[in-house]
Design a protein around this ligand. Structure first.
Ligand code: F6R
Length: 241
């Protein structure tokens, strides 16, 4: 595991963006696993900036996102599909046909999960998977539980996650109660993983994830078992180590 501690959020974003940019330069047709949430926003801004300067070309890049709310159409501005178009896809020359997310409106949840797993396999797997981490240690929407989930699945969101995400909705009642998420097994199959963490409020969880026991009670701890993980965090996120 490679660990980079940066001074602040901006420098964390730049460092992580450089790692993604390097991946694209090394393999222009790479498969990127992408994440939403607050943490990667700064990183996406750097990628957009470098694209605009002519330093990055997304024309052959393929992307698969970690997760999507169940029940939200792509047109809903809280859907992860919308987020990705707003923060990255709509601002760079990635081919929209090469950007994939679970379909929040799929009629049959099981079929949708199977379709997404098959899709990732058919793309040859993920070259670099970007991850953020929740306060409870969740990655994707893999909430603390009794077992590491394996493949893409439909998740019941925990009250703490609904609480954390309600800032984006009119009220907690408007936050979807379920989501599709790559499972821990899907995430662990990525060739490389890049975890980004910012803020003191995640410092205790980050310490446990990197140095504590490997347990489904703290899903991010499973990353200790992956052979190629890079963690980029700001000083606040590392303040308990
Ligand atoms: C987002 C995702 C989530 C977030 C996590 C942290 O696609 O899968 O696991 O990475 O909830 O969210 P932020 O960055 O908003 O603190």
């Amino acid at each position: 595991m490679r660990i980079y501690k940066t001074e602040d959020y901006k420098k964390m974003s730049k460092k992580a963006a450089r790692i993604i940019a390097s991946q694209i330069i090394m393999k222009p047709n790479c498969v990127l696993g992408l994440a939403t949430g607050s943490t990667p926003i700064g990183l996406y801004k750097y990628l957009v900036k470098w694209y605009q300067k002519g330093e990055l070309d997304f024309s052959e890049v393929v992307s698969v996102n970690l997760d999507e709310y169940k029940g939200l159409p792509k047109s809903n501005d809280q859907s992860y599909d919308y987020f990705m178009r707003d923060n990255l896809f709509g601002l760079v020359n990635i081919d929209a046909a090469n950007t994939y997310l679970p379909d929040g409106l799929a009629e049959d949840s099981d079929l949708e999960c199977e379709r997404y797993e098959r899709l990732i396999r058919s793309l040859g797997g993920v070259d670099l998977q970007l991850l953020g981490m929740g306060h409870n240690g969740h990655i994707g929407f893999n909430e603390p539980g009794d077992a590491f989930d394996l493949a893409t699945h439909c998740v019941d969101l925990q009250p703490s996650t609904i609480e954390a995400n309600k800032r984006f909705f009119a009220s907690a009642d408007d936050v979807p109660k379920q989501a599709y998420s790559m499972g821990i097994g899907t995430i662990m199959k990525a060739k490389k993983i890049l975890l980004i963490v910012s803020g003191e409020d995640k410092a205790e969880t980050l310490k446990k994830a990197l140095h504590g026991p490997i347990t489904p009670k703290l899903p991010a701890s499973v990353l200790q078992l992956h052979p190629d993980v890079t963690v980029v965090g700001d000083a606040a996120a590392f303040s308990k180590m």
